[in-house]
Write a protein that binds this ligand. Sequence first.
Ligand code: ASP
Length: 319
Amino acid sequence: MTQSIAMALHGGAGVLMPGVLTPDDEQAIHAALLQALKAGVDVLEQGGSSLDAVQASVVELEECPWFNAGKGAVFTHKGDHELDAAIMNGANLEAGAVAGVHHVRNPICGARAVLEHSEHVLLAGEGADLFLSEQPDLEHVSNDWYDTPLRRRQWAAQQQQPETVLLEPGGVEKKFGTVGAVALDRQGHVAAATSTGGITNKRYGRVGDSPLIGLGTWADDRSAAISATGHGEFFMRTVVAHNIASRIRLVGSSLADACEQVVQGELKDLGGNGGVVAVTPSGETVLSFNTPGMYRAWRDAEGGLHTAIYAEDDRLHAV
Ligand code: ASP
C-alpha cells in the first residue's frame, strides 16, 4: 500500500520582521522557497525516496544566494568560506556529514557521498576536502565562488561590531540563513538534510550543530525527521533534533508537543534562538520557531504548497 507524502523545509530563522526586507526581496525569497519545495515534492510524487527529496530541495537552496549555504555562505574571520552539511536516512539510520569543507559546490551532495561511499559518518576540514575531491560525481569550485556582495558587506560590518552576529539579508541584529529539509516518501520512510555556512566571522575551525547527527539533523522512522536552524551553540547543548525524536519514541509525545517543549522550552530557556522543521512517518508536519520569523515552506496534506517568512505568514501557491 502506498501512503501519502509530506515535505517541509527552512531557509533559516531569525529577526525577520515585516519591514526588514523590501517587497521585491520578499517576493524573491518566496519564489526561491517554492522552487526548492517543488524540487523535493517532485521527487516524492514520482515515487522517489525521502533521502533523494531532501537532497534535491537543499541543492536548490544551496544554489540560491539568499541563503547561508553553498552560494551565499557567510564569510569566516579570515575571509573565506567553510561549509557544513548533513543528511540522514530514517529507514536505516544511515547518515553522512561534512564540516569545514571548502570546495564542493553542493555540500549536501558531499554529505551524501560520505553516507554512500565512506565507512564514516562525519568528515571534517582538509581530510573531508580530500575525500570529496576523490568522488567522481561531485562538482568542485574555488572557494570564492561562494562569495556574494551581501555576505561581504555583512562580514565587513561584523568586523566593526564583533559582538553582533550577522547572517541574513537586512544586515541588522541576529538572523540566520541555514537551509534544511525533511520529507516522508510513499514507502513510509523519513529523511532529513541540513546545510550551512555557519556563522559570520567564525574562527578556529568553529563547527555548529548543522552537520552534527542528532543535534541539527536527525531522521528515524520510529519517530521523526528533523532539521534545525538557529544559534548552533545552543542547539548543541540542548541536542535539539534527537531531543525531539526521543520525546516521540520514548515518551509518546506528539511531534507538535515535542517541538514545542524543546524549541519554546529547553532551547529558549537556555537563550537559544531558532527553529526546526519536522515530519513523522504518519505525515504530521511541524514548523516551529521561537524567533520572529523563519524562512520556510511546506506541503499540506491536500497537496497545497505554502511558503512563509514571518510568524503569521502563510502564502498558498497554486499547484
Ligand atoms: N545552526 C547554524 C550554525 O550554528 C546557523 C544557522 O542555523 O543559521 O552553524
